[in-house]
Ligand binder design. Structure first.
Ligand code: BGC
Length: 352
């Protein structure tokens, strides 16, 4: 069977390999892969900067933004062949730590969690894959063309849950949201904001290409000026930060409304220093009861929230996020970035 594999931490080692066909265990689904989304983490792994192979192996099957169709389900499993499913990314650490023991593996405290296609377990970038029934989530069948957007939607569903839980410290009725970054994470965060009835603004540096139109089609406002100017004028109650760029992160933190909440979702490379007025940032956060929180990954609760959000989203709008599709045979092309890319998808179902 063909699969997209890599030797983690080795640049230029991405290739389409022949790997053994998977055999499902008694509590596992056998799934025909349909599509795989490619994100910043996959590109980081492809550059040889992140990722871990399974123990005693050199290569990892890449891919965590999955979509497939069940070809075999164990009896009495609540799944049947033909179901459209995605696989959960993270698995609890074997110890397990407190949150992992309570199903909150997205909050793992000892870092010994594993992640499909990222950390020590094979991903979903193959013609067929297996997944434990407890870590598979069914999708509305009409989502087949866009279902690989589920995993990034789980990430923003968790981010929004964090915002609401932090907001509950005191009276909380947010009205205005600024999302920084109009990549898939930012756009899906904005979609969840619009679904909550919030006044939604999205900031990105692009002035042309598909992003402004995608934001406007959502009923949100697009901005491309400097963060301090945009956030300073808007004074957002909530910022979902999805660029990971230092100046944007600190520009957002310094310009929220009182009781502002900034949720950081972008992963930045280390080693980029920035001059900031630390006294001013501290003063603003203290005097306004502001909060900044980091958020990564998602647990099963967020997968169910994301499935519900996608099921009520506009299919044409979701499709507009997928700006390029490449067949598995040419998968390495999906890792080159093109100016108008939003979400690039690898098609697992076509070709030999
Ligand atoms: C994935 C998360 C994962 C994180 C860190 C992200 O791209 O969406 O599921 O936890 O990378 O490995």
């Amino acid at each position: 069977m063909r699969a997209l594999t890599i030797a983690p931490m080795h640049a230029d080692s991405l290739e389409i390999s022949e790997v053994p066909e998977p055999t499902p265990g008694h509590d596992e689904l056998l799934v025909d892969g349909l599509a795989l989304g490619v994100c910043g983490t996959d590109r980081e792994i492809a550059r040889g900067e992140y990722g871990w192979a399974p123990p005693h192996r050199d290569r990892l099957i890449l891919g965590h933004e999955s979509l497939g169709r069940v070809s075999h389900a164990p009896p009495n499993s609540n799944f049947e062949s033909g179901d459209l499913v995605v696989g959960v990314v993270r698995r609890p650490d074997p110890q397990p730590c407190g949150p992992c023991a309570h199903g909150e593996f997205d909050m793992c405290r000892n870092g010994r969690y594993t992640e499909r296609g990222i950390k020590e377990i094979d991903g979903y970038g193959s013609r067929q894959w297996c997944v434990e029934t407890d870590y598979a989530v069914r999708l509305d069948p009409r989502l087949e063309p866009v279902g690989m957007l589920m995993e990034p939607t789980t990430v923003v569903a968790k981010a929004w849950e964090q915002v609401h839980r932090i907001g509950e410290r005191a009276w909380f009725e947010p009205k205005r949201v600024l999302v920084t970054g109009a990549g898939p994470i930012g756009l899906l965060a904005a979609m969840l904001a619009v679904q909550q009835g919030l006044e939604t603004h999205v900031l990105d540096r692009h002035t042309d290409g598909p992003k402004p139109g995608i934001v406007e089609a959502l009923g949100a406002s697009y901005h491309h000026d400097d963060i301090a100017e945009v956030a300073g004028k808007l004074q957002p109650d909530v910022v979902i930060e999805a660029t990971g760029a230092g100046p944007v992160v600190f520009g957002a933190i310094a310009n929220t409304a009182s009781y502002g909440i900034v949720c950081l979702t972008g992963v930045s490379p280390a080693g980029r220093t920035l001059r900031i007025d630390a006294g001013d940032v501290n003063r603003e956060m203290v005097l306004e009861n502001d909060a900044v929180v980091g958020s990564v990954n998602a647990n099963l609760r967020h997968y169910h929230q994301a499935a519900a959000a996608l099921a009520k989203a506009d299919l044409d709008w979701l499709s507009s996020l997928i700006t390029r599709r490449v067949p598995l045979e040419r998968a390495p092309e999906a890792f080159d970035t093109e100016p108008d890319d939003v979400k690039v998808v690898i098609d697992l179902a076509t070709g030999s």
